[in-house]
Design a protein around this ligand. Structure first.
Ligand code: BGC
Length: 782
C-alpha cells in the first residue's frame, strides 16, 4: 500500500513538471498505439533519430555513430536508431541482390557467423524469362533473410543495362524495362511473402559506376519515362516493395535523393508507391533537401545529418510537418517487420535446400549461344580437357555490396566430376598449382580497399601449344572457360575486359586448332558478369554456353546443361553487339569529367561529371533493330537441344478496345523435352513521335514440353502497352492506326505476325511534369 502511494506521487510529480508524457510507460507505444499518436508525442530529437540511420560501423571500424546500442545483426550494412521510450526497435538492413552480404573482416568473422546462399546474379535470373522461377528464388531468399533476423534486404537492383561496360550490370537484369521490371517484381513478391522487406534500387538511372556519386545524368523526359523509370514503375506497381533506394547520381541537375519530382511526384503520386525511400549509403549532399523531397530515411546516417535536420527545423527552413510525414511513413513500414513483431529468429538457414534452388535456377537460366553439329549435350563419362583458370575457380557473383558471404563456390571442374565426367587430372593440377601460387604471391588488400577496388584476378595461365596437342589425343572434348568480374565502384574497360586478352585468345586458338585437328570439339563456357566481345572466338569453337555469374552452385549447374540433364531454355535479356563502337551509348559513356572542380567527401575524391544520353530511347535492341545494326547475338536469342514450332497466332479482336489478348501455340518438334520462351513485340503506327521499329510488350515460357507436345501461351496488351510518352503533353498517348503484333523466338527471329487497329488516338495516362533537362538534348532520331 505504502509503495503504490509513492509510485502514484512520483507519476503525478512528473506530469506536473511537464515530463509526464515522455515518462517510460506513459508514452504511446509502437505496435500498440496509433503511429500518429507516437509522432505527436515525439520531441524534435526523437523524430530526427527516426529519419537518420544509426551510422556506418563494421567490425573494428566506425564512420560516425548516432547511437551506441550494439548492432542487432553482425556485420551488415545498416541499422536504424532504436527509441526505447516508444518501444521502437532498431531495424536491420543487409545487402544485396544476390544473397546476404556480411562485411566480414577476417576469415574468423566469416566462419563464425552465418554463411548465406549465393544465388545466380540478376542478369542470369532474367535470362530465364520465367517469373515463376524468379519468384521461387525470392521465396527461398526471403526465408533466409527472415531466418537470419534481417528486416530488409538491400535489393533487387533493377537499373537498365545502358552500356556493356557498366560495372554493376551483373546486379541488374536487362536492357529492356519490361524484362527488368517483371524480374524485379517477381523476386520482390517472393522475398516479401516471407514477411521481410525488399529494397528496390538504385532509383534511378544509376547506369555507371564512374563518378557515380557526382555524375549528372542528362536524360530526356521521354527516355526516362519509357526506359529508365519504366522498369521501376512496373516493379513498383506489381510488387509494392517496402522500400526503394534512391541512387547516388544526379538526374538533370538534381541528386535523385533530393528530387521531389522523382520521389514524390513520380514514385508516390504517379505510381502510388506506399513504402519508404532511403538514400544509398552516404548518397546526396543536402540532408534537408532529401527530407523535403520525400526521401524518408538517410542511410547509413551521420551525426552531421542529425545536426543539419535539427537546425533546419529550428530555423524554420524545414517545416516540422514535412518531417512528421517522413517519420510516419517510416514507422508505418517498420510495423510490418519481423523485428517489430518480436520474431525469434533461429539465426541459421536451410542452406542445403536453398543450394538446390540456386542450382536449379542457374541451370534453367543459362543461354546456349551456339551448338553446331550437336556438340552438346556431351555424353556421360566423357574425358574433358578443361582450359581456363576460372574453370577451377568459379566466379559465383560480382564484387562490392553485391558479393555474398557464401559457404562455397563449385567450380566447373568439380561440377563435371560430380556429374561423372573425367576431368583431365594433370591439367587440373597445373591450373590449381598456378592459382595457389598466384594467391600466395598476391595477398589481398584490407577489406574496404578490396571492396571498392578489388585485386585483379590471376591472369590466364599460359598453356603451351604442345599441351593442347597432347590433351587433344587424350580427351574426348575440350572446354575453354572465360571468366570476367566487376562490381561496385568501377566500370569495365574495353581492352582486356570487354575484349578478350591476348592470353585468352591464344588459349582458344591453340586448343581449338589442336582439337579440331583431331576432329574433336571445343565448347566455350562464359562465366561473366557483363557482355563481352564474342566475335573474336565464336567461329573458333563448336558450342558456347553463357553461364553469366551463376551463384555458389555454378559448376554443378553448368554441368547440368553440358550433360543435358537440363535442356537450356534461357534467352538473352541483353544484346551482345558485334563491336563495342556499335553500342548506342558508346560515345557517351562514362561522360565528361570536370577535374578542376574535384572535392573530397565521405566517399573519397568526388569529381563533378556529366553524361548526356544522346541515344534517347534507342537502348539495346530498340537501337540495333531500328537502325539495322547487326549484333553478334540479338536480344531474346537462345538455343535449345530441341526445336519448337510456332502456330495459330490469334488476336482477341481486330480492333483495340481497352485490351488485346494474343495467343500462340508452341510445339516441341524435336527429340528432347524442353521449354521455350516466346516473345511478343509490337510495332506501333507512325504518329507524332519517333518510335523504335519494335518493342517487347510481353513474354511467356512454356512448361517442359515432351517431344510432340504443345502448349498455348497467352499475352495481354493493355492500352499503356500501345502508348509512347509525349513530353509536351506529359502523357502516355497511343496513336491511332495499325499495330503489328510479332511473336518471336528472339527479337530477330519473328515467327508469326498479325495486326489490329486502334480506331482513334488514346490519351492513356496523364502524369506530373517532372525531371525536365535544363537544356535541350540533341537526341538520336529514327
Ligand atoms: C551501394 C548499395 C548498397 C549500400 C549498402 C552502396 O555503396 O551502392 O547498393 O546497398 O552501399 O551497402
Amino acid at each position: 500500500m505504502k509503495r503504490s502511494l509513492i509510485a502514484r506521487f512520483a507519476a503525478i510529480a512528473l506530469v506536473v513538471s511537464g515530463q509526464g508524457v515522455l515518462a517510460q510507460g506513459t508514452a504511446p507505444q509502437f505496435g500498440k498505439d496509433p503511429i500518429k499518436a507516437i509522432v505527436k508525442a515525439m520531441s524534435l530529437d526523437d523524430k530526427v533519430k527516426i529519419v537518420v540511420g544509426k551510422g556506418f560501423s563494421l567490425p573494428g571500424m566506425s564512420m560516425g555513430s548516432n547511437d551506441e546500442t550494439p548492432d542487432k545483426i553482425f556485420a551488415i550494412s545498416g541499422h536504424t536508431i532504436p527509441l526505447a521510450k516508444f518501444s521502437i526497435p532498431s531495424i536491420s538492413m543487409a545487402d544485396g541482390p544476390s544473397g546476404i552480404h556480411r562485411w566480414a573482416m577476417t576469415a574468423k568473422d566469416s566462419a563464425n557467423n552465418s554463411f548465406s546462399t549465393a544465388w545466380p546474379v540478376g542478369t542470369l535470373l532474367a535470362s530465364s524469362w520465367d517469373t515463376t522461377l524468379i519468384h521461387k528464388v525470392g521465396v527461398a531468399f526471403g526465408e533466409e533473410i527472415k531466418d537470419y533476423g534481417i528486416d530488409f534486404i538491400l535489393g533487387p537492383g533493377a537499373n537498365i543495362h545502358r552500356n556493356p561496360l557498366g560495372g554493376r550490370n551483373f546486379e541488374y537484369y536487362s536492357e529492356d524495362p519490361l524484362v527488368s521490371g517483371s524480374a524485379a517484381a517477381a523476386i520482390i513478391n517472393g522475398i516479401q511473402s516471407q514477411g521481410v522487406g525488399a529494397t528496390l534500387k538504385h532509383f534511378a538511372a544509376n547506369n555507371q559506376e564512374t563518378n557515380r556519386a557526382s555524375v549528372n545524368e542528362i536524360i530526356s523526359e521521354r527516355a526516362l519515362r519509357e526506359i529508365y523509370l519504366r522498369n521501376f514503375e512496373i516493379a513498383v506497381k506489381r510488387s509494392q516493395p517496402w522500400a526503394v533506394m534512391s541512387s547516388y547520381n544526379l538526374v538533370n541537375g538534381t541528386y535523385t535523393s533530393e528530387s521531389n519530382g522523382l520521389i514524390t511526384k513520380i514514385l508516390r503520386d504517379d505510381w502510388g508507391f506506399k513504402g519508404i525511400v532511403m538514400t544509398d549509403w552516404f548518397g546526396g549532399k543536402d540532408a534537408v533537401a532529401q527530407i523535403l523531397a520525400g526521401n524518408n530515411l538517410l542511410m547509413p546516417g551521420s551525426p552531421a545529418q542529425i545536426k543539419a535536420i535539427t537546425e533546419a527545423v529550428k530555423s524554420g527552413k524545414l517545416s516540422e510537418a514535412v518531417l512528421d510525414k517522413n517519420v510516419e511513413g517510416i514507422l508505418n513500414v517498420w510495423l510490418k517487420t519481423l523485428t517489430a513483431k518480436g520474431f525469434d529468429y533461429p539465426n541459421k538457414a536451410d542452406l542445403k535446400a536453398h543450394a538446390q534452388v540456386a542450382r536449379m535456377a542457374a541451370a534453367e537460366s543459362m543461354v546456349l549461344l551456339k551448338n553446331s553439329t550437336q556438340t552438346l549435350p556431351v555424353h556421360g563419362g566423357a574425358t574433358v580437357a578443361l582450359f581456363g583458370t576460372h574453370g577451377y575457380d568459379l566466379i559465383a557473383g560480382g564484387t562490392g555490396s553485391g558479393d555474398v558471404n557464401k559457404p562455397y563456390a563449385i567450380s566447373l571442374a568439380d561440377g563435371l566430376t560430380n556429374a561423372g565426367f573425367k576431368v583431365d587430372a594433370a591439367l587440373q593440377k597445373s591450373y590449381k598449382d598456378y592459382l595457389s601460387d598466384y594467391a600466395a604471391k598476391h595477398p589481398k588488400k584490407p577489406l574496404i580497399q578490396e571492396i571498392m577496388n578489388p585485386s585483379p584476378f590471376a591472369p590466364e595461365y599460359k598453356v603451351d601449344g604442345s599441351v593442347a596437342t597432347q590433351k587433344a589425343d587424350a580427351s574426348d572434348i575440350a572446354i575453354v572457360y572465360i571468366g570476367r568480374n566487376a562490381g561496385e565502384g568501377n566500370d569495365r574497360k574495353v581492352e582486356g575486359d570487354y575484349q578478350l586478352t591476348g592470353q585468352e585468345t591464344d588459349m582458344i586458338n591453340q586448343v581449338s586448332d589442336a582439337f579440331h585437328a583431331k576432329h574433336k570439339q571445343v565448347i566455350a563456357v562464359l562465366n561473366i558478369g557483363g557482355v563481352i566481345d564474342v566475335t573474336i572466338f565464336r567461329d573458333k569453337v563448336d558450342a558456347i554456353v553463357l553461364a553469366w555469374e551463376p551463384g555458389e552452385e555454378g559448376g554443378n549447374a553448368i554441368a547440368d546443361v553440358l550433360s543435358g540433364k537440363v535442356n537450356p531454355s534461357g534467352k538473352l535479356a541483353t544484346t551482345f553487339p558485334s563491336v563495342y563502337s556499335d553500342v548506342p551509348s558508346a560515345k557517351n559513356f562514362p561522360g565528361k569529367e570536370f577535374s578542376e572542380k574535384a572535392t573530397m567527401g565521405m566517399m573519397g575524391k568526388s569529381i563533378p561529371a556529366e553524361v548526356v544520353y544522346q541515344e534517347g530511347i534507342y537502348v539495346g535492341y530498340r537501337y540495333y533493330h531500328t537502325f539495322k545494326v547487326k549484333p553478334a547475338y540479338e536480344f531474346g536469342y537462345g538455343l535449345s537441344y530441341t526445336n519448337f514450332t510456332y502456330s495459330k497466332l490469334t488476336l482477341s479482336s481486330l480492333s483495340f478496345h481497352g485490351k488485346q489478348i494474343a495467343s500462340v501455340t508452341i510445339t516441341n518438334s524435336g527429340k528432347t523435352a524442353g521449354k521455350e520462351v516466346a516473345e511478343l513485340y509490337l510495332t506501333a503506327p507512325k504518329g507524332q513521335l519517333d518510335k523504335p521499329s519494335e518493342e517487347l510488350k510481353g513474354f511467356a515460357k512454356t512448361r517442359l514440353l515432351k517431344p510432340g507436345e504443345s502448349q498455348t501461351l497467352t499475352f495481354t496488351l493493355n492500352a499503356k502497352d500501345l502508348a509512347s510518352f509525349n513530353t509536351d503533353k506529359s502523357a502516355w498517348i497511343a496513336d491511332a492506326g495499325k499495330y503489328e503484333v510479332k511473336i518471336g523466338a528472339s527479337s530477330e527471329n519473328i515467327k508469326l505476325e498479325k495486326t489490329f487497329m486502334l480506331p482513334g488516338s488514346l490519351t492513356v495516362e496523364k502524369v506530373h511534369k517532372a525531371l525536365a533537362p535544363q537544356a535541350s538534348i540533341d537526341e538520336l532520331k529514327n
